[in-house]
Every structure is written in structure tokens, then in C-alpha cells.
Design a protein around this ligand. Structure first.
Ligand code: HEM
Length: 285
């Protein structure tokens, strides 16, 4: 990511941060799974890969006819066909990876923990204070702009009562985590970005504080939460450490439109486009 920016930030080029960070995280996960980048540096395959990933995610999470009308379960051929289509496409990707591995052409270039340490220790961060501040900012972003506002759907295995509501057996239940995380009865000035609320606070994202559940809670909470937080810390710290950032045409940061849009996940309505400039001390090296 840093290498790509360094090579492409001459002449005040504007960078779409959404695409950059998406590609970086996809590469981190693909390196864990298959020891290679899914997005190449030349970005020639960007549209193809992103199109495929978006298609799979959309298809997997969109509602089936039989989710809404369980009576159609046996005859919902459309959903069954869709599931088989996704299965076949994923199968083809695995086939290619297995073939490449068998060929053993030495083209795989794994990212090792050493690479991460080189980035961090080689340039003298994180400092304790920076790390606390950074974590507070990440937590506050996950509170105010929670990526999964409804978490994942649950199904009631038996009829039960929650407060005064009766939830009939087999109902699909969605938890509005976005509403909980911005509830004015729980969070003081809950719609403002105030990272300092997480400094000297025990509130964490591990599922023990039900006011703050960006990764869900209970048995099915996100198993990737620690990897995700470490990844976000690394990416944000690297972006801030190596580059100075400004808005195109010298616009003022206070005018930035921060509204959200709900699609597959909650994300910024307008992608963040910024102009990076390599910091003075890294220009040469
Ligand atoms: C900021 C990044 C992430 C956020 C906000 C997030 C959030 C969530 C949420 C809210 C759930 C549903 C939990 C529930 O229903 O209680 C979930 C499930 C899951 N997440 Fe994440 N996640 C993130 C990153 C990751 C990563 C990096 C991985 C894998 C490396 C991952 C793997 C999973 C899996 C496998 C599940 C399903 C768990 C199950 O159903 O048992 N997530 N995630």
C-alpha cells in the first residue's frame, strides 16, 4: 500500500481511499489464506477482482424468497440455483490456486510477520500514546459508523419473550446495533465523533459490553475481530506515518461530507478521495 502510494502520489494525484484500503485488506486476508496478493500492484485486475467479490457478497447476503416465506423452501429453485452458481465460481478459483501451487513455479511471495515488523520498528512507531489514541479513534469510528448495522440475522429456535415482546419460533431477528451504538440514553452526544470517550474507558469490542457491539456478541460473534483491529491499526498508522494528506483543490476538511450509505455494509456515501504527499524524511528512501 505504501509502495503503491509512493509511486503514484506525484503531481498531486487524487487517491480513492476506499478502493486503496479495500484492496489492502483483501490482500492481507488473501495472504493469510493463500500466501499471495489478490490485487496486484499494477491494479490491472482491480475491476475484475472487485466485481467478483462484490457479486459473491451481494448474493450471499441478499434475502431469498424462502427466508421471507418459509413455506416456499422446497420450491425456491431460484435461491438453490443461485447458491450452486456461487459454489461453482468459488470452486473454479480454488482449482486455479491448487494448480498454481502444484506447479511450484516459485512465483508466490508471502508476506511474513517480519515484513510487518520492518514497517513498524524500522521507523520508530508505535509509541504508547499514539497507539492509545489510534485505538480510541478506531473504536469511535466503529461506534459511529458501524460497518454491520444489523449484525447477522438470528432465528428463534423456540418461542421466547424479550422484555415485553413475544418472539415466535422460527422468526428471523435482526439486532439494530447502529441504534444501540448511537442511543442518546447510553452515549453522551452519541452522534458526534469523540474518540476521547474511549480513553481511560474499559469499554471494548469483545462482546462483553452490549452498548458497543461492532463485532457482535455471544457464541457467533466475529472470530476475526482481533485480526481486523490489528489490520486497521497497521493500515491507518502507515498512511498517517508516511504521508501528509489534503483534500483535492485545497478544500477544507471541516466541509467533508461524512454521511453513510447502507448497502452490503454501512459505508461512506461518497468515497474519500485525498491527495497524499510523501513526508519530507521519506522522500529519498
Ligand atoms: C472491521 C472489520 C470487521 C467487522 C466490523 C466485523 C463484524 C462482524 C459481525 C458484526 C459479525 C456478526 C456477529 C454476530 O452476529 O454476533 C461477524 C461475523 C463474522 N466475521 Fe467479522 N468483522 C470484521 C472483520 C472480520 C475478519 C477480518 C474476519 C476474518 C479474518 C471476519 C470473519 C467473520 C466470520 C467468519 C463471521 C461469522 C461468525 C459466525 O457466524 O460464527 N470478520 N463479523
Amino acid at each position: 500500500m505504501v509502495g503503491f502510494l509512493r509511486a503514484n502520489c506525484k503531481d498531486g494525484n487524487v487517491v480513492n481511499i476506499e478502493d486503496l484500503v479495500y484492496a489492502t485488506f483483501t490482500n492481507i486476508i488473501s495472504n493469510v489464506l493463500i500466501s499471495r496478493d489478490l490485487f496486484g500492484e499494477g491494479e490491472s485486475n482491480y475491476e475484475k477482482v472487485i466485481g467478483f467479490l462484490k457479486m459473491v457478497i451481494e448474493k450471499v447476503i441478499s434475502v431469498n424468497l424462502s427466508d421471507v416465506f418459509p413455506v416456499f423452501k422446497r420450491v425456491d429453485f431460484w435461491s438453490q440455483g443461485r447458491a450452486m452458481g456461487i459454489y461453482r465460481e468459488i470452486q473454479m478459483i480454488w482449482d486455479d490456486i491448487i494448480k498454481e501451487r502444484r506447479g511450484g513455479d516459485g512465483a508466490i511471495n508471502p508476506t511474513t510477520p517480519q515484513d510487518f515488523f520492518d514497517v513498524l520498528s524500522g521507523h520508530g512507531f508505535p509509541d504508547d500514546q499514539i497507539s492509545i489514541l489510534l485505538t480510541a479513534c478506531i473504536k469511535e469510528t466503529l461506534r459511529l459508523h458501524i460497518p454491520g448495522p444489523f449484525s447477522l440475522p438470528r432465528q428463534a429456535t423456540e418461542t421466547c419473550k424479550v422484555n415485553n415482546f413475544t418472539i415466535p419460533k422460527d422468526s428471523i431477528v435482526l439486532v439494530n446495533a447502529w441504534a444501540i451504538q448511537t442511543d442518546p440514553n447510553i452515549w453522551e452526544d452519541g452522534t458526534s465523533f469523540k474518540p476521547e470517550r474511549f480513553i481511560n474507558s474499559k469499554i471494548d469490542f469483545k462482546g462483553a459490553h452490549f452498548d458497543f457491539i461492532p463485532f457482535g456478541a455471544g457464541q457467533r460473534m466475529c472470530p476475526g475481530s482481533n485480526a481486523a483491529i490489528k489490520g486497521v491499526q497497521l493500515v491507518v498508522a502507515s498512511l498517517v506515518h508516511y504521508f501528509d494528506w489534503s483534500l483535492p483543490n485545497g478544500e477544507d476538511f471541516s466541509k467533508l461530507d461524512l454521511s453513510d450509505r447502507f448497502g452490503t455494509t454501512l459505508k461512506k456515501d461518497k468515497p474519500l478521495c485525498l491527495v497524499p504527499r510523501v513526508r519530507e524524511k521519506y522522500v529519498a528512501g
